[in-house]
Design a protein around this ligand. Structure first.
Ligand code: OXD
Length: 310
């Protein structure tokens, strides 16, 4: 039996080597060279893989997303019925995202965009001192990534608020849920960080209404999916000053077309979906563990809940 890998060509060999380092007995096939479809028992795939293609493998018993997000697996037609899907919950992914959030919160909190602009123009001018304890940071999403980043900010003394679909308690975080909770949290968030899973309910959640509820001059940080943000609404909010600046790692579509206004907007800081990149050597042990569990008919680690969409 074999494991099918499907990802960017540059990452394929790294994944193969990482899986073989955990279990040298594995047979690895690299898509599109899948060999006999009957051999494939697990598919470890990233965003470009077509879910219809996975219906070709009659003995498939496990699908694994190569990242934390699974929206790509849930796109129509979705995974083959009855095949369990697992996502990655990985310390290195969580750590990287925490660092990226921290970088951008501090960038905005410490007026770095303004100081850079002043430096460019040769201006020596001290801006008002930022007060950490008076700068609430609101998180959309309190899953693995959100709770970890929230904890880092809490440790620095920021008041931290968090909104999740279902009620959730995270130490040191004032939590909100539901539509009313979202509005209450937004009204207090000087910096809004989106780390939500992409589901039909969260698509377009960062729209003119939500941005309009933020305190004037708030900041947006999006490390989740481009489809969470209504781009025209964000650009309008940036241009009116309702949102002072945005840090964006994710876009719709990706790569972002060269003519998109974000590229040159003076108040947008971009990274190319690089906030948190899967390191195969870190993720491989849980993939192999899930394969062992799937073979034994045991419950999987980080199983995707299709009803919740993540
Ligand atoms: C992920 C991502 O889902 O990198 O892990 O976007």
């Amino acid at each position: 039996m074999a494991v099918l890998l499907s990802t960017k060509p540059a990452a394929m060999a790294m994944w193969r080597d990482a899986l073989l380092a955990v279990d040298p007995a594995l047979e690895i096939r690299m898509f599109p060279e899948s060999g006999d479809p009957a051999d494939i028992e697990a598919a470890v795939v990233w965003t470009a893989h077509d879910m219809a293609e996975l219906r070709r493998y009659p003995n498939l018993r496990l699908i694994v997303s190569m990242g934390a997000g699974v929206d790509h697996l849930l796109r129509p037609p979705g995974p083959p019925p009855g095949i369990p899907v697992a996502r990655l919950v990985d310390r290195m992914l969580t750590t990287q995202m925490g660092e990226w959030v921290l970088l951008n919160v501090l960038r905005f909190h410490r007026q770095d965009l303004d100081y850079r602009a002043q430096q460019r123009d040769g201006i020596w001018n001290e801006l008002p001192a930022p007060v950490t304890a008076e700068t609430p940071v609101g998180f959309l999403g309190l899953g693995e990534l959100g709770s970890h980043a929230a904890g880092l900010l809490r440790g620095l003394g920021f008041p931290v608020l968090g909104w999740s679909r279902r009620p959730k308690q995270v130490a040191g975080v004032e939590s909100f849920h539901g539509a009313d909770g979202l509005a209450q949290m937004a009204a207090r968030s000087r910096i809004l960080v989106c780390l939500l899973p992409l589901t039909p309910e969260t698509r377009g959640i960062v729209d003119a209404r939500l941005l309009g509820l933020l305190p004037r001059g708030a900041f947006l940080i999006n490390g989740a999916r481009g489809q969470h943000v209504v781009d025209a609404d964000l650009l309008a909010a940036l241009d009116s000053g309702q949102v002072a600046a945005a840090a964006l790692d994710v876009f719709s579509p990706e790569p972002l077309p060269a003519e998109h206004p974000y590229w040159t907007h003076p108040r947008v800081v971009m990274t190319p979906h690089a906030a948190s990149i899967t390191i195969p050597a870190s993720a491989a042990p849980q993939v192999v563990e899930n394969l062992t569990r799937a073979r034994a008919g045991e419950s999987l680690l980080n199983l995707v809940d299709f009803s919740a969409g993540y």
